[in-house]
Design a protein. Sequence first.
Length: 629
Amino acid sequence: MGKTLAILITSLAISGFSVLTPRAQIENARITLLDRSGQSVTHITDGNTLRLEITFPQSSSSDQTIAFTLDNDNGTVGTCIIAAGKDGCQTDPFPALGWYWGAEGSPQPTRLLYAKDAGNNLLAESARITVAARPVVLVHGFISNWETWKPYLGSDGFLGRIGLRGYAIGDGQVPGVLNTGRITNPTDRTNTIQQNAQILGEYINGVKKQTGAEMVDLVVHSMGGMISRYYIDRTMQERDVAQLIMLGSPMGGTDCSVLPASLGFYLPATLEIRSSYMLGIFNRQITHRHGIQFYDLAGTAILEAYQSPCTGVPSDTVVSFGSVNAIPLESRKFNAIHSDLTISPLVFEEFVRPLLQKPAGAFTPAADPILPSTASAPLQFTRVYNGHVDAGGSTELTINIEADVSVASFAMYDPTRSVTVSVRGASGNVIDLDPVKNGFRRIDDPSSMLYLGYGFSNPKPGPWKVTVLATDSTPASGADFAISVYFVGGAALQADSNTLIPALGQPVQFTASLALGGEPLPITSGQVLIRHPDGKVETLDMGAAIQVSATWEPQKPGIYGVDIEVSGQAPDGSPVLRTSFLTLETQPNPTREQVTRNLLAVIGGVLLALVLVIYLIVRLVRRLFRQKR
């Protein structure tokens, strides 16, 4: 034993520290935990920014690397170098992410810190540190509110059972209420994603002030993912989000939003959720993650196209797996529909909980991604059929299905959720809609963009009749409705805009062409329906040709919905109808003050460059003059 002790003392002496016994070394060395203001602390919240300091009674004779570790964890949480002649060092600031959780997901409300040298020898041990768990901020989605998170809240909720405090934005625990649409008044304007992101920031600040936390976890549903991404990229001043955990957030948008948008409901939210907006505008601009990891759970309860009313498969009824993965992130499939993602105990246990309980060392900084340059081919929609049903009445629509269509999928939106449908196929027979054969689905969740969905594999070509009927629960004022149909197979529309982000007065050119089996199909008529930010609808004629076009100039800033609708005729004489759904965001012209500031900045830059050039010339002349002397 004496020989071993002598060897250890000699080792410490050689390493540059004064010779002390191991116990004396630990007792005399001191580890101090410093908060972001440099104050010594013994109580922290997981995720707070810290520095670690170690000091010894004597100075070091050479540079020494010190590694700090947490008890029960092998990973290093911080390092610093004691310079020769100094008696201590401090780490750079770092977030104490995962300090509340052990490697197996067990709570660690108190922790110890150890300091070790390059040979992994224990040099010092801290006093016991109290650690509180990070709070969780819950963000709802489209036409929803904080109540969607009730299963997560309270001491008996999903979060409370594992010792976490949940804050659902809009719940009144701290100020802040989002406006993503209210079912009681669908024609009221919603906030934009940007406006809601600012409110989210205010709510997060309130949570931090109330809890003393410097970081929160974001658990979000659906459109809450876009709001949170905007907050992280544009609104967040300093990183205060540990991770972004999304449930069914459509990173590539959803075509189901065209249903309420066609009725002028929930604008501009229904235009911002469109696939064209997310892929062509939002994802190209909102790219910064500031090291935050993104996760997204994709519901994949629907696997067959005829069972998916208004989006590709696999899907959760309104968001496809492809949309969830439209940007690089970590995703997972789960057998659930969209409206069940916030209430499912299995979703929490198998997806959300393990992420919330990530231990120290599991938070790898995420880089800003390079987005893919191409997107999957858009679905081929006929058009959105709008109508009204009087109480006790019915309305009939005719929808033509041409040859070579392998799937026809129907979606219906009715804000009263009170009507029903009867479908008569091209053969003239009424079809008994079946959940298995036709994927018939009724979604009673008022926050959904969908009410009824059904579809058909290998439908008989020809005119199909859809009758919308009032029921006993239809209001006395009747019910507005919207029906969309997308086809797999048949004709394909290619519609474009020369820009999706025009300036005021900038000409925007819309073009469209139709093809069947790879061969151009003449367009007999085409039109552009432009829904203005104030709800007004403007129609442009595109004419008739192999390729049609129209030009338009925006006169007011804001978000515009653009439906490019064309009609053609198949070789067998049957009518063909297709529509493409775009979103444009017109930028305001810079104000006189902005122009002046920009001009002054340019002038200042030019003057600075001139001064630098003159300075370099003077130095060169002086050098040449000295050389000649």
